[in-house]
Design a protein around this ligand. Sequence first.
Ligand SMILES: C[S@@+](CC[C@H](N)C(=O)[O-])C[C@H]1O[C@@H](n2cnc3c(N)ncnc32)[C@H](O)[C@@H]1O
Length: 259
Amino acid sequence: MDLKFGDIQETALITLAIRASETARSNARIRDPKAKEIIDALGVDVSKFDPFLSHEGVVARTIMFRDELKRLLRRYPEAVCINLGCGFDDKFSQVDNGKLTWFDVDLPDQIAVRRKVYEDRERCTMMDGDALDGAWTKNIPRADMYLIVMEGVMEYFSKKQVKTCLNMLCDSFPHGYLLVELHSPFLEKHGSHHDAVRHTNASFGWGTKSGREYLALEPRLKYLSEKSYNEEMKKYSIRGKLFALIGKNINNRLAVFRW
Ligand SMILES: C[S@@+](CC[C@H](N)C(=O)[O-])C[C@H]1O[C@@H](n2cnc3c(N)ncnc32)[C@H](O)[C@@H]1O
């Protein structure tokens, strides 16, 4: 298949590659059989996208986002969930409770490729949508609670774009939680050395020391929690433990906000 990806869209192949290679391990910490199927169906070469630190980071974040979503879904089982910047991720399968409604949203060219390897499922629908323009949100049904997931997306936005996105979410949905991946100013500055992203044309945007920096951009948000991926990564290997010490403040984090 002859596929052309935009600079940020191409980064979706990194997580895809890592989820497929982790699933193939005998002691896999996450299982995503669809990832390998997608790589084979698209015929893409993802061999350069699976170095150690990125691998461990993607495994950690997959576990952390899944567990946080499951926790919120116990409280709001009928929430509308939106995976904004979904890439090829199949989070719906990991957390489906039989009651939620799910939307996989990404830029039109990315959704077009996603449609080659996924079909809409009951309560799980793909939709074209831009995190920087809320026009698509009119097609999302009304609900008492919205759970928005942005995993590996905000890292590529400038500060102005982060503000646009946060304002758009609070304007479009009356109540919600935002589960969002954050990165550090260190990565913003030195991102060209990132072990996987350097193989793409994408570059990192505005990095934060704390998710509280989002509050100045969108005062309707309440800051609930923030956890470094180190907390998960250090459980599995000596290199993970070492990185948690040396890279204490530079690893990415999962932050949770509500409004
Ligand atoms: C690193 S990938 C992450 C994909 C997925 N969330 C995951 O964790 O596997 C970044 C994704 O963000 C999407 N993206 C970039 N800019 C976007 C925008 N303005 N609106 C919606 N999605 C966007 C890209 O198309 C890509 O699928």
